[in-house]
Design a protein around this ligand. Structure first.
Ligand code: NAP
Length: 461
């Protein structure tokens, strides 16, 4: 592939020289005379959203040169550091991305951090088009007492740790001081971390899990994992395929694990039934959980580990262990669901009844969060860059203008949801916007908006 690893003192220079080098072969790939040729595109971030964008740009227009930059020395972002090691089929997409990187019109520059090695304004001056695809590298937090106790990690940190991400290889989660782990949240990431904690290590040994993580999991004393959700089984954010891997009974599913679900939690209200009528995914998830509530309880082998689905519990405090050195329990408030009125969504409200759940490690799996960079508008509440079909807007206000030549894709564009393939459609939309602006001559006309300043967002709508 066209990967180049650059020394810090040379890479800045290289980055600024590249577009000029490309212009030497400009005429060979010329298309319509009015189009900028070549069109220099920089994609910031080499995860699925970044690579799908590069692929679609290269296919969508002749005379495009794409440079992909990433703060890490290695490409593929979340596919490398987010996908669980026991999901090799999801990682196969790196073959497709490697073919994109091998395209002579595409280059990868690792070890380049936007915001510190170079600024957004420098990048925008250098390239015709900049597409931000740097994802979500931080975490939502609860903001409740005790959140900074030792033994509490975000699921992202834990996932990066077992996937060998350089930022987290020294995390060293203590898996030996306790027999109980609490995972807060019931999305697919929560299922991933619960599965990795419970899966037999001889099975994990044949995956690409980091060696140090495998060693730590081999010595782990954790026998019980509690998956805690503030709402009920109908609202669990995981999907059926991922749940079946834990609850099912086929080759790759979890072995030697008893699953516990309280039958009382499976009672459904008219609003729950309505939710299930409107969503096949919710119906399937609920059916799987209901079935597991009866099937797995029959198996009483003492060697088996335990996975407890805890519904209708909202975290209110992280409590210290007796010696205060680490987290020792979660304080949870029982909840019930109420229609929030505005959106028609059922939300969890506290009942004022509390209980404690003992544990020695907590993994917070309540969602990833994108971070802003200097010079970029950012919706702090939603954690996304305000945009119109991928075109970055100057603000969230109604009078916002389109930032010329600046685009966004992936989790930074739409929030931290969706599987790898969701980025394909997301990239399609952003690339369609770029190509539309290109056809309008926005990247060629010296008096055009790319040079002159923003267009009103409504002109694009
Ligand atoms: P997610 O699906 O959004 O789940 C977040 C979970 O956190 C939900 O259960 C949510 O409950 C809970 N939560 C959020 N805020 C909370 C709070 N303040 N208090 C208590 N609970 C709270 O996020 P994710 O699991 O990080 O996954 C991100 C995306 O990656 C998802 O689209 C997921 O499907 C995808 N993914 C896919 C796979 C796969 O396909 N194998 C693997 C990993 C991730 P509420 O519903 O009540 O808000």
């Amino acid at each position: 592939m066209g990967r180049r690893l650059l020394l810090p003192h040379t890479r800045r220079l290289m980055l600024f020289l590249r577009p000029m080098r490309y212009s030497a072969s400009a005429t060979a790939t010329a298309t319509a005379g009015s189009l900028r040729d070549p069109l220099h595109v920089c994609v910031v971030g080499s995860g699925p959203a970044g690579f799908y964008t590069a692929e679609k740009m290269l296919k969508g227009r002749e005379g495009v040169r794409v440079d992909i930059i990433d703060r890490l020395p290695t490409p593929f972002g979340l596919v490398r550091s987010g996908v669980a090691p026991d999901h090799p089929e999801t990682k196969i997409v790196v073959n497709q991305f490697s073919r994109v990187a091998a395209n002579p019109r595409c280059s990868f520059f690792g070890n380049v951090t936007l915001g510190s090695d170079l600024s957004l304004s420098e990048l925008r001056k250098t390239y015709d088009v900049v597409v931000l695809a740097y994802g979500a590298e931080s975490d939502r937090s609860f903001g409740i007492p005790g959140e900074d106790l030792r033994g509490i990690h975000s699921a992202r940190e834990f996932v990066w740790w077992y996937n060998g991400h350089p930022d987290m290889c020294n995390l060293a989660p203590d898996l030996t001081n306790t027999d109980s782990a609490v995972v807060l949240g019931q999305g697919n990431v929560a299922l991933d971390v619960a599965r990795i904690l419970l899966r037999c290590t001889t099975e994990l040994a044949s995956t690409d899990i980091a060696d140090y993580a495998l060693d730590a999991l081999r010595s782990s004393t954790i026998r019980k994992v509690y998956l805690v959700g503030r709402r009920g089984p109908v609202q669990a954010a995981c999907t059926a395929k991922e749940l079946r891997e834990i609850l099912g009974n086929y080759k790759m599913c979890l072995k030697n694990v008893n699953v516990y679900i309280k039958e009382a939690d499976l009672a459904t209200s008219p609003a729950d039934k309505e939710e299930m009528r409107n969503s096949r995914i919710k119906r399937r998830v609920y059916e799987l959980l209901s079935k597991a509530a009866t099937v797995h309880q029959e198996n009483n082998d003492n060697d088996r580990k335990e996975l407890h689905f805890v519904f209708f519990r909202k975290p209110t405090k992280f409590l210290p262990s007796e010696d205060g050195s680490t987290v020792g329990a979660m304080e949870l408030e029982k909840t019930l669901l109420k229609d929030d009125g505005a959106t028609g969504k059922q939300v969890a409200v506290g009942t004022g009844e509390f209980e404690e759940l003992k544990c020695g490690i907590v993994l917070k799996s309540i969602g990833y969060k994108s971070l802003p960079i200097e010079g970029l508008s950012f919706d702090k509440y939603r954690g996304v860059v305000p945009n119109l079909r991928g075109r970055v807007l100057s603000s969230e206000s109604e009078t916002a203008t389109v930032e010329p030549g600046l685009y966004v894709v992936g989790w930074l564009k739409r929030g931290p949801t969706g599987i790898v393939a969701t980025n394909l459609h997301c990239a399609e939309e952003t690339v369609d916007s770029i190509l539309e602006d290109d056809r309008k001559g926005l990247f060629t006309d010296p008096s055009g908006p790319k040079r002159e300043g923003g267009r009103r967002a409504e002109e694009q709508a």
